[in-house]
Design a protein around this ligand. Sequence first.
Ligand code: NAI
Ligand code: MG
Length: 493
Amino acid sequence: MAGSGKNDVRSYRNFINGQWVGGTADETFPVYDPSTEEVIARVAVASSASVDRAVNAARTAFETGPWPQTTPQDRGRLLFKLADKIRQNAALLAELEARNTGKPIVEAEYDIADTATCFEYYGGLANKIMGQVLPVPANALSFTMKEPVGVAGQIIPWNYPLMMAAWKLAPALAAGCTCVLKPAEQTPITAMEMAGWFEEIGLPPGVVNIINGMGETTGAALVAHPGVDKIAFTGSAAVGKIIVKSAADTLKRVTLELGGKSPNIFFADADWEASVDGALFGVFINQGEVCSAGSRILVEKKIYSKFVEAMVEKAKRIKLGAPLERDTKMGPLVSKEQYDRVSSYLEIGKKEARVAIGGGRAKQFGKGYYVEPTIFCDVNNNARIAREEIFGPVATVIPFDGEADAIRIANDTPYGLAAAVWTRDIYKAFRVVKAVRAGIVWVNHMQPTYVEAPWGGYKQSGFGRELGPWGLEEYLETKQVFVNLDETPIGWY
Ligand code: NAI
Ligand code: MG
């Protein structure tokens, strides 16, 4: 379905029941390269009738198609084949991802490799889904069966487009579910390229449907549809709340991976070079468009001034540039909307705290949604820039006085996705690990993410877990079976 060449405008339809639907007559929406602000693709909008077709196709495939007859081993093999396709086309996918999101090409290459790894991981788990035999009295047999939850509606964001698709599709398919996936309207390209391989690898029609459109219309229709059994969502807390309310009408299962305002905590005894590096990496990787961004940098008072100075010196060296240049360390933000949103927080921040570096548009670029890496210091944890998710290259640095103060500030947030703590003191490190209310805690690092480990948040960062066996579990129902081994009647009446 790809367009004809690198600089042409590509066009994509929706992938429903194994077919490309929605032609030129359908309404389309533009997709941009955020470094040039040019349109690079046009994508057909899935109307509510198309959403209905996609859900019905997934329903039929779940109930009567070849999918329920496909062995767990063969489901696993399909996921391996998809992973192989992704690895074979990694260069193309990374380039498309970098052009569409604005992220540096080197980061996009890591993302594509991680995407394939995710399909491989769940390919391996597909035939390891097992129930248990339960210790009931001798005259009975009781066991559990694990069964797919059904049709999964999956709504994903724009910061890691293909990787987020993998985090959703891979465990669902391993579990035996069928899927209707809606990519973010800013970044549908790589998912649509992937859909082009489904037939070739032997995925039966209707098992994965990919539909495009705005969240408020296409996304909302998917969430409300009675034929969907479960919604898996990654995105803003605001939309997470809308989804829970809408899904309540049909009591769908819901898992949510929302944002955060994650604390990255530095004690005075931590390794100095590693800490300064880790503070910057934690908040600036992927332009700061990361749900687990370490956007609240908590620094012990006795090293605070020196630490901010060292961060500023190093931040000056961050190479902003075109996404496809290999030495680029920071590209533009994904969209005009996100640029405006981040810019408005920069103005709010200037009233609330002191700018240590950055604070505006990166003026060396005539075009593109480039923002300077920005560090606000002397930030009060009650400031809006310390409480609200900004989702851009904006750090707030907050001083603390001792361990108890660090823990208090770290937990003083509505979110609870991630946290990191840096110290050479193993006692202190693990006390903080226990005290912090967050789903992910790193010690002397921030951001490494492995498909083997669970991912998800406490508090308003959502519920449910992705990745590892936990991610698979979210796509399974548990059936209990009781077998009477005793032929004598109950004898009650
Ligand atoms: P968003 O939450 O509006 O969009 C994420 C996905 O949800 C997209 O696919 C969108 O089409 C869909 N969506 C939006 N409204 C919907 C609705 N009513 N029903 C069903 N689906 C809907 O995020 P947006 O507007 O792109 O970014 C706003 C903020 O959200 C960011 O500044 C950031 O703070 C946060 N965010 C968090 C992410 C995370 O990884 N946790 C990812 C993206 C954004
Ligand atoms: Mg939105």
